[in-house]
Write a new protein. Structure first.
Length: 167
């Protein structure tokens, strides 16, 4: 485990253990959403952020030889996101990676809350390509495509499908 990964993991765990403190005040954003980068509410969120951070830390350590949080910058994050996009990673995954990076960097105090990375801002500045990631995260086929590909199964169960649609 690299120093960068260990430091990020420690920050994320501290945010999880400090979740009941006054630090939970939400930061209202311009678009009406709330983002809290100084606390993590659930064990599942902690595990997810740790996994996402581990992958970014591995990338930054191997590609840029980064050992400390102060060396991480937005260009490095943009490069990481572009590499993920080239691998065909879904939009939702890109957003969760950005969230984990923001949790560590803002939580550590290296970045101020107004310095956090935004996927939209990186796209506007041209640092990340505008094409969104894969949209078929959960379903490989639409309903119409499935019916066409599985005509026999659809015909055999058409009555069930119709009764479910009524509810």
């Amino acid at each position: 485990m690299s120093k960068l990964e260990a430091k990020g993991r420690d920050i994320l765990r501290k945010q999880y253990y400090d979740r009941s403190k006054v630090a939970r005040e939400a930061i209202k954003l311009e678009n009406g959403r709330h983002a809290v980068y100084n606390t993590i509410s659930s064990k599942n969120s902690l595990r997810q952020h740790e996994s996402q951070w581990r992958q970014f830390a591995t990338y930054a350590s191997e590609k840029y030889n980064v050992k400390g949080l102060k060396k991480v910058d937005k260009q490095m994050v943009a490069s990481y996101l572009n590499e993920l996009k080239a691998q065909g990673v879904a939009e939702k995954t890109l957003k969760s990676r950005v969230s984990a990076i923001n949790h560590v960097m803002v939580g550590s105090g290296v970045w101020k809350n107004n310095q956090k990375v935004s996927l939209t801002d990186l796209r506007i500045k041209g640092a990340v390509s505008h094409e969104k990631g894969s949209r078929s995260v959960y379903k490989p086929l639409t309903a119409k495509e499935w019916r066409k590909a599985n005509q026999g199964a659809y015909r055999a169960n058409k009555e069930l499908v119709g009764s479910v649609a009524k509810f």
